[in-house]
Design a protein around this ligand. Structure first.
Ligand code: AMP
Ligand code: TRP
Length: 336
């Protein structure tokens, strides 16, 4: 019998979740639930590292939880939980702070980029990668699926783990690996197919399909999508075909068909108008049940609370004893 790999995924509850997040990440999480042991964590403590409106943050945290469940994260197969519900994260972060040299944090490119844009930088922003290291290490995660921008943080996590292991006990922490998805799964902006569809642009007219958009809005956004002055419906890397290529890529990911089957579906299409309408219809069809299930969960707060409490309980059962063991190794006296 082979033991299942352990996977930790973290997602911030800020910004609007969109079709790129779904097709590029969440759909794969859902599909991979059986094969691995998964922890899906809504990292609300990380969101506090930049200023947040409290009511907004509360709403977005619950909303993202409902959305992930609606997308098919199954509480019987995976632990879905809110980071601040498990005490190990904040407590263990302190312990890791006390083995992490300041210089390691000052070198992080995300920190340097974000700090350069702010007048007053919070200590939490510098400490962000240590909190993230704890997320991963307290669950003995082997694999961490992240975008390219987070790779440096996972490498720092490995360094922190190795340092703790060499100071206090060989093999205590598992050394995790970043898993970076292949470029193929990238969904580009409908208004500009040269930029990635992104959360920060999701409220810009015509840029993104947000997972909660109503069918009429989805159709409108696709009809407005940028294409080219030709009429060839083909998969192509040519810069002028980026718009058509993106539409076909979305259709392919939404239907799960291969490229030959996709092109066969469009063999009788009369121009890009037809292409856009049919891609919109395919996306509407997958998002309809997701949106309905989302609203059901948001209308039943007790059920959502119950599911989140269950996820937190499963997570705490792993992370809290791990942090208690750290305390003991570091010389703290555990309460009796
Ligand atoms: P973010 O929106 O940057 O918090 O990313 C959350 C997850 O969605 C990460 O796994 C990203 O790689 C993925 N993702 C974000 N934007 C896209 C996109 N336009 N196409 C495909 N995957 C994406
Ligand atoms: N920093 C990640 C991001 O912004 C979110 C995150 C927090 C995370 N903790 C994590 C990702 C642990 C993977 C593992 O995308």
């Amino acid at each position: 019998m082979t033991t299942k790999r352990r996977v930790f995924s973290g997602i911030q509850p800020t910004g609007n979740i969109h079709l790129g997040n779904y097709l590029g990440a969440v759909k794969n999480w859902v599909a991979g639930q059986e094969k691995k042991i998964n922890y899906f964590c809504i990292v609300d403590l990380h969101s506090l590292t930049v200023s947040q409106d409290p009511d907004d943050l509360r709403f977005q945290t619950r909303s993202l939880a409902a959305m992930l469940l609606a997308c098919g994260i199954d509480p019987d197969k995976s632990a879905l939980f809110i980071q601040s519900h498990v005490r190990a994260h904040a407590e263990g972060c302190w312990l890791l702070n006390c083995v992490t040299p300041l210089g390691w944090l000052q070198r992080m490119t995300q920190y340097k980029d974000k700090a350069a844009k702010q007048e007053s930088v919070l200590a939490g922003l510098l400490d962000y990668p240590v909190l993230m290291a704890g997320d991963i290490l307290f669950y003995d995660a082997d694999e961490v699926p992240v975008g390219e921008d987070q790779k440096q943080h996972v490498e720092l996590t490995r360094d922190i783990a190795q340092r703790f292991n060499s100071l206090y006990g060989r093999d205590f922490f598992v050394i995790p690996k970043p898993i970076i998805p292949e470029i193929g799964a990238r969904v580009m902006g409908l208004d500009d197919p040269t930029v990635k569809m992104s959360k920060s642009l999701a409220d810009k007219r015509g840029h993104a399909i947000r997972l909660l958009d109503e069918p009429k809005e989805i159709m409108r956004s696709f009809k407005r999508a940028v294409t080219d002055s030709g009429r060839e419906i083909i998969f192509s890397r040519a810069p002028e075909k980026a718009g058509v290529n993106n539409l076909l890529g979305i259709y392919k990911a939404a239907t799960g068909e291969d490229e030959t089957a996709v092109l066969a579906d469009f063999a009788d299409a009369r121009g890009y108008g037809d292409l856009k309408v049919r891609v919109a219809e395919a996306v509407i069809e997958i998002l309809n049940p997701i949106r309905q299930r989302y609203h059901q969960l948001m209308d039943d707060p007790a059920e959502l609370d119950r599911l989140l409490a269950r996820g937190a309980e499963q997570a705490a059962a792993v992370a809290n004893p791990k942090v208690d063991a750290m305390k003991e190794m570091m010389g703290l006296v555990l309460p009796r």
